[in-house]
Design a protein around this ligand. Structure first.
Ligand SMILES: Cc1cc2nc3c(=O)[nH]c(=O)nc-3n(C[C@H](O)[C@H](O)[C@H](O)COP(=O)(O)OP(=O)(O)OC[C@H]3O[C@@H](n4cnc5c(N)ncnc54)[C@H](O)[C@@H]3O)c2cc1C
Length: 436
């Protein structure tokens, strides 16, 4: 299988887990092929760098396997090159045998309620990007100057946001949270963090590991109302999924039963509440929620509302992809059939499946799509990177190669103050300045 594809040239758009698993699978299946990975920012690895919470440092280290792929001779890194802006998708199609779209889905879905445009409302991508030093969100300066942050959604990302805000400087010591964010969190008068889920504890999207992490925080107590918890996990869950739900429920019951320790910050986990309106005139002053009832797994409105004062709202309710112009969409993902978009164009990862699953979940998915590519594509003597290099030079676009990225990364380690492992550069200019 794949002899006709042997020396084919492939372009991958996006250097997150899905793109890198695809690159790895192509190289393993076709040792004579060449793969160029295009990434909008100088830094590779997508949400491993800009999504995963800074205190989950070990998870970030999963990027090491992808660094090995980049160090293969048959792989080119085109960092700081955005497809759709610096190079068009048509140009990639013209110069490569196949293009794999792996742009992820890092655009926040909107709540669609009144007050959503007030100063102080942030999507989780932007908020998480801010504390992770994403160049687009470096200057977000979120409104943490008043008490109360309401996070809409009860999944791992919502827990990440609350936990990062709740931790002290000492608790963040071994994390690589950016200095600007840590300073702002430390200076904030926050004592109330709220998480609201439309449905119940059993339907919540977090994992027991993340839930367990909020139990023993230094200055923050997790608050759960026992009256909101069911006795048992009911519903159509089987095997591993049921096990996770049961563990979650037990952990929540433990939190609800514990003597509330006298800690200055409270993290309130509230179920059966759906946002109706964000309150305030110029900026967020509170949020109005409507109580819900869950029937057959669906949250139904009850008409009963309540208000919570807060200075900021973070929505963690899902994400959608934003592909280069001309790529067909199907809701929040790229329209595709098993990963095929059109002849010669494929899609993998969150851009294909939507925002679900962990980093490793992207592996089997990318490998399946690579199998299709090998069946479909024949090598046809394309120019590949040589043509792209000429276009970039013509357009004065500064490509960052992988050895150059490694140089930037080394500087991030070198400038960190122990025990913090890394102090990131948060602006593209700063990264490029390392190379000048
Ligand atoms: C806040 C958050 C926290 C998470 N935490 C964890 C965790 O702790 N553990 C875990 O296992 N999973 C976690 N996940 C899930 C995990 O990050 C995803 O499963 C995974 O990153 C999806 O991979 P992807 O390659 O499809 O997308 P991404 O990781 O988003 O990668 C897409 C890449 O494409 C680039 N790109 C986009 N458009 C273009 C373009 N036009 N040209 C060039 N490049 C482009 C982007 O810059 C990005 O680098 C988290 C997700 C989020 C949102």
């Amino acid at each position: 299988m794949g002899y006709k594809t042997m020396s084919a040239k492939f372009a991958i758009v996006g250097s997150g887990p899905a793109g890198m698993y695809a690159a790895d699978a192509l190289l393993k299946s076709l040792p004579d092929c060449h793969v160029d990975v295009f990434e909008k920012y100088p830094a590779p690895y997508g949400l491993i760098r800009y999504g995963v919470a800074p205190d989950h440092y070990k998870t970030r280290n999963t990027s090491r396997q992808f660094a090995r792929t980049f160090n293969e001779d048959a792989v080119g890194y085109y960092g700081n090159v955005e497809i759709g802006k610096d190079i068009s998708l048509d140009e990639l199609k013209e110069h490569y045998d196949a293009v794999v779209l792996a742009m992820g889905a890092y655009n926040d879905r909107k709540l669609g309620i009144e007050g959503e445009d007030l100063d102080g409302v942030y999507g989780a991508c932007a908020f998480v990007g801010w504390y992770n030093g994403h160049p687009d969100y470096r200057d977000l300066n979120p409104r943490l100057d008043q008490d109360g942050v309401a996070v809409i959604g009860i999944g791992n990302v919502a827990l990440d946001v609350c936990r990062v805000l709740a931790k002290t400087r000492v608790e963040h010591e071994a994390s690589d949270i950016c200095a600007h964010a840590l300073d702002a969190i430390e200076a904030s008068p926050l004592t109330n963090l709220h998480m609201f889920g439309r449905r119940g504890a059993v339907e919540a999207g977090f994992t027991p590991k993340e839930l367990g992490e909020i139990k023993d925080l230094e200055r923050c107590a997790a608050i759960v109302d026992a009256a909101q918890l069911p006795d048992d996990v009911t519903g159509d869950f089987e095997g591993r999924e049921r096990g996770i739900k049961e563990k979650n429920l037990n952990l929540l019951k433990d939190l609800a039963a514990q003597d509330k320790p006298e800690k200055p910050v409270k993290m309130n986990l509230s179920f059966y509440a759906s946002p109706k309106k964000i309150l305030g005139t110029d900026r967020v002053e509170g949020i109005r929620l409507e109580k819900t009832q869950v029937v057959d797994g669906r949250a139904l409105a009850t008409g009963e509302t309540f208000d919570i004062p807060c200075g900021a709202v973070v929505t963690a309710i899902g994400y959608q992809t934003s592909p280069p112009e001309g790529v067909p969409l199907d809701g929040g993902t790229v329209a595709n059939e098993n990963g095929r978009v059109e002849p010669g164009v494929y899609v993998v990862g969150w851009a294909k499946r939507g925002p679900s699953g962990t980093i490793p979940t992207n592996g089997p998915d990318s490998r399946d799509v690579v199998e299709l590519i090998i069946q479909d594509v024949a090598a046809s003597g394309m120019a590949g990177g040589a043509a792209i290099d000429a276009l970039l030079a013509e357009r004065s676009v500064r490509r960052v190669t992988f050895p150059e990225w490694e140089k930037i990364s080394e500087q991030e380690f070198a400038r960190a103050k122990a025990p913090q492992p890394r102090e990131r550069f948060t602006r593209v200019d700063e990264m490029l300045a390392v190379l000048s």
